[in-house]
Every structure is written in C-alpha cells, then in structure tokens.
Design a protein around this ligand. Structure first.
Ligand code: FMN
Length: 201
C-alpha cells in the first residue's frame, strides 16, 4: 500500500454520521505511537475537504518527537499564561488554572501532533483549514483513533522561534493543531444545546 492511499473502508466501517456523533475531544492516550500509514490516511482525508476556489491552501506538520512535544507544551503554557493574565473572559481563569499546573501537558501526552498550516492569505483560507481539520478528526474517529484540537498551541507555533525550529516557512500560519492517539478509555459525551434556528421562511 502506498503511503498516500485512501482509507479503504471495510463493510463494518462506521458511517460519516456515526463518526460525527461519536467523535470526542480525547484527553487521555495510551503511549502507543500512531503509525505512518494511519497518519497518511488521515492527511488524505483532510485534503478531501471542500476548499474555496479549489485553492487547497494547507500544509501539514507531523510531530512525534517527545522532546519537541514537551518543549512546545512548556513554551505554549508560558505564552498562554501571559496572554490570559490580563483577560476578563470567563474561560481565562480555567485556562490559567490549567497552564499554571507544572505537570499539565497541553498535548495530554499524545504520541502525535498534526498541525494544519495555511500557505496563503485570503478570506476563506482559515475556513478551508478548519474543514480539513474536521475531516481529519472524523476519519480518525472512524479508525478508532482519538483526537483533540489544541488551541493552546497556536500562539507558540506561530512564533518565529518555533517556525525556525520546525523549519516552517515564515509566511505560513499555524491554524489547527490536532493531537492524535489511541484513546486510553471511554470519553464521556459533552452535551449540546439544540440548534437555535433564528429564521426559517
Ligand atoms: C478551536 C478549538 C480549540 C480548542 N482548544 C483546546 C485546547 O487547547 N485544549 C483542550 O483540551 N481542548 C481544546 N479544544 C476542544 C474543546 O474543548 C472540545 O471540542 C469541546 O469541549 C467539546 O467537546 P467534544 O469535542 O468532546 O464534543 C478545542 C476545540 C476547538 C474547536
């Protein structure tokens, strides 16, 4: 099988709708590393997202080096701390409590971080990257893998220092950092409010 081959779904595979309802933000992982073939399959699912003007404005970084992940977590915690300190937003207190814990790893010790970068500027580039992110997370869920978006990592990934360390071209922007791994257990469902329809004419 080539590295870029699409996921070949067995007859018992979960449907897209099942994946939508079963995907959870997973924050507890086994130490098992996600294999290259699985990662290529997730990236392939990501690039099948719709994209404005068919620009395909994304590029991906895959980070599995534990040392890099731990240092990135520490650097990101410092940045989040300074960003949140003067914020009145209700979520800031929770974020500060988390990043002030010395043992807190923003990647929850997941074996793999995939970062979706935008290569271009434009009105829909960010939307395109998030659509790719959701495709990736649903494909992972269908494969029995857990994922979680790590917004805490965005500021650090966009610093010149981390772009240089990861050899990311300066003009690219980190949009969606997503951890991927084998879930260590069941993740409870987070309830949703019913859809609020404001107009239906
Ligand atoms: C843009 C974005 C940023 C997020 N950042 C984080 C984060 O830094 N850390 C974290 O643990 N979860 C993060 N999440 C996950 C959300 O907390 C999670 O999706 C939400 O609580 C709903 O839970 P569910 O995905 O299991 O339904 C993020 C989600 C999104 C969409």
């Amino acid at each position: 099988m080539t590295e870029t081959q699409r996921l070949v779904q067995p007859a018992s595979a979960v449907s897209a709708v099942d994946a939508i309802y079963h995907r959870r933000a997973v924050r507890d992982y086994t130490p098992q590393k996600v294999g290259r073939t699985s990662i290529h399959a997730l990236l392939d699912a990501a690039v099948y997202a719709p994209t404005a003007m068919h620009e395909e404005p994304w590029a991906f970084a895959v980070i599995q080096d534990k040392n890099i992940l731990n240092r990135l977590s520490d650097g990101a915690k410092g940045l989040v701390r300074s960003e949140m300190q003067n914020s009145d937003a209700p979520q800031s207190k929770h974020a500060l409590d988390l990043v002030n814990k010395p043992d807190f790893n923003i990647f929850y010790n997941a074996s793999t971080l995939i970062v979706i970068y935008s290569k271009l500027q434009g009105s829909f580039v960010v939307a395109d990257c998030w659509l790719a992110a959701e495709n990736l997370m649903l494909a992972a869920c269908a494969e029995g893998l857990g994922t979680c978006v790590i917004g805490f990592a965005v500021s650090a990934l966009n610093t010149p220092e981390w772009k240089a360390e990861l050899e990311i071209p300066a003009e690219m922007t980190a949009i969606a950092p997503i951890i991927v791994g084998m879930p260590a257990g069941e993740t409870p469902t987070v309830p949703r409010k019913p859809p609020e329809v404001i107009v239906w004419r």
